[in-house]
Write a protein that binds this ligand. Structure first.
Ligand SMILES: Cc1ncc(COP(=O)(O)OP(=O)(O)O)c(N)n1
Ligand SMILES: Cc1ncsc1CCOP(=O)(O)O
Ligand SMILES: [Mg+2]
Length: 487
């Protein structure tokens, strides 16, 4: 019982696809993939395969209500989503239960037509959805034909998508994600209208019919992340990125509209790449460290990579730090530089950003996201953990097998980190090195002059902000910070 209350749990209210590619089956696979437990209210059965829908069998409303009752009596549902609801009777029954159980985080995927053309919501069902269900939802995720029906006009352009989203918002749903996959053109654009804020997201257009269950997968990924406590905006950005990664690598199953492979990313096998990685010379940097001068920022990072830093860690602190989307675009650009120069790329603190940007790893402090929850959510990420004292080391002992390294410090006084703990000195570093079973990366006030002593105290590597960002001779500084200089 306790476990069910703690593990993030969501509910999918949808139709079953006997072919396993779309509907509730896609929802369950996606949620599982995002480490969210999925409960289910089956609103109807479809006899279906990749070639089409051979039969539709809506569930008795009494059975729908009974399933809600059972689920809500036992589980703490943090977010829910709807899929195929078939007709007005089922839409109204679902809306009644959503109201009854005060479901606030509801994502409505207004499924109307299956990939092969079969109707999954009749006309009265559309009306009932507009009137009774959408006003109770947090987000609705129509594709173009669905958005046209909800908004009441044809959509041909980006401007039409924006207009349609605003029109749909007037139905009482505060957030709208219009999926642009059905529009003509080389690029696929999705449009998010979140309250007053809006933005386009780029999708990947693929020329294949093997993408059955795309809408279910996207809306389930968003729902799963809401259940994890992630904000709606971040959930949408990450889910969009997830779709772009899996959309062109479907499972080769069936003769027709084949299914996606929801389990494709993240790929746990990447963990195997861990052995032999070099975490030893780390540049930690954010825009604030270069007075928000972007040109300088990217030039410095590239030069540092070419000069021999082995890890770049993107770290934004302070009140002026950019919002998530801007950090994401900076992170993606940094990742490109790192790929080009064969440098590892880490993100400080923000696991969502690390996942969305495709970083190699994330560095967390003692009070940040726990190591275990990162392992559950993003098993492909390398993890670095800050350790300042033996007490912190003892408290983190069980996490050690999951870590790429520990960041130990501050070794010396530093003014760069406002909330830094007291300096532990070279002795403190040596004590922690003696206990450590993973590489020790020293941090805090490390520069060209003291690096040698830091290595002599046992450090396997160093991480630095100011001595690199303020260096007058970057190549020389990095040479002096690198252990190879000692050998
Ligand atoms: C390599 C490395 N070591 C330590 C830190 C500090 O991380 P944290 O304790 O989470 O403090 P903030 O960086 O969030 O201020 C680090 N980032 N990298
Ligand atoms: C992020 C961090 N964590 C411990 S000390 C520190 C700041 C390191 O900056 P600098 O290298 O300029 O002392
Ligand atoms: Mg931190």
């Amino acid at each position: 019982m306790r476990g069910s209350k703690q593990y993030p749990t969501a509910l999918t209210i949808a139709g079953s696809d006997s072919g396993g590619g779309a509907g509730m089956q896609a929802d369950i696979k996606t949620m599982q993939h995002f480490f969210v437990y999925s409960t289910n209210v089956v609103v109807g059965l479809t006899a279906q395969n990749t070639l089409g829908v051979q039969g539709v069998y809506p569930t008795d409303p009494v059975a729908i209500a009974a399933q809600f009752e059972s689920v809500m009596a036992d589980f703490r549902i943090r977010a829910a989503k709807t899929g195929a609801l078939f007709d007005a009777v089922r839409v109204l029954e679902v809306a009644r239960n959503v109201e009854r159980f005060h479901m606030k985080q509801l994502v409505v995927d207004p499924v109307m037509v299956a990939k092969g053309g079969a109707s999954l919501l009749d006309d009265k069902g559309v009306l009932a959805m507009k009137k009774e269900l959408l006003p109770k939802a947090l987000l609705v995720t129509p594709n173009i034909p669905e958005a046209e029906l909800l908004a009441g006009f044809a959509i041909r352009t980006k401007a039409d998508m924006e207009k349609a989203a605003r029109q749909i918002q007037k139905l009482g749903v505060p957030n709208v994600l219009v999926k642009g996959g059905h529009l003509e053109g080389e690029d696929l654009l999705n449009y998010a209208l979140l309250g007053e804020e809006s933005f386009f997201l780029t999708g990947k257009k693929v020329d294949t019919i093997r993408k059955h269950g795309t809408g279910d997968t996207l809306s389930s990924a968003i729902t799963a992340m809401l259940a994890q406590g992630i904000s709606l905006k971040q959930a949408i950005v990450i889910a969009n990125d997830y779709m772009n990664r899996i959309i062109d690598r479907p499972l080769l199953i069936g003769e027709g509209h084949g299914p996606l492979n929801q389990a494709l990313w993240p790929n746990p096998n990447q963990r195997l790449k861990r052995s032999g990685q070099d975490f030893s010379c780390q540049l930690i940097i954010g825009l604030e460290n270069v007075a928000f001068d972007r040109a300088k920022f990217f030039a410095l990072v590239e030069k540092a990579c070419l000069a021999g830093v082995t890890v770049v860690q993107y770290r934004e602190k302070g009140v002026e730090r950019p919002d998530f989307l801007e950090q994401l675009s900076v992170a993606k650009a940094l990742k490109e530089i790192c790929r080009k120069t064969k440098t590892l790329f880490f993100i400080d603190d923000n696991v969502d950003l690390a996942i969305a940007s495709g970083a190699d790893g994330v560095h967390v402090g003692q009070d940040d996201t726990s190591v275990q929850s990162i392992v559950r959510r993003a098993p492909e990420l390398f993890i670095g953990l800050s350790v300042s004292t033996m007490e912190e080391f003892e408290a983190s002992r069980e996490d050690m097998p999951y870590l790429a390294y520990i960041g130990v410090g501050p070794v010396f006084d530093t003014t760069t980190k406002k909330d830094a703990k007291p300096a532990i000195g070279l002795n403190g570093l040596a004590v922690l090195k003696a206990a450590a079973t993973v590489p020790v990366i020293a941090i805090g006030g490390i520069n060209e002059k003291n690096a040698k002593a830091v290595y002599q105290a046992g450090a396997d590597g160093v991480a630095a902000i100011s001595s690199i960002t303020k260096s007058k001779n970057l190549v020389k500084t990095i040479q002096q910070l690198s252990q190879s200089q000692e050998e």
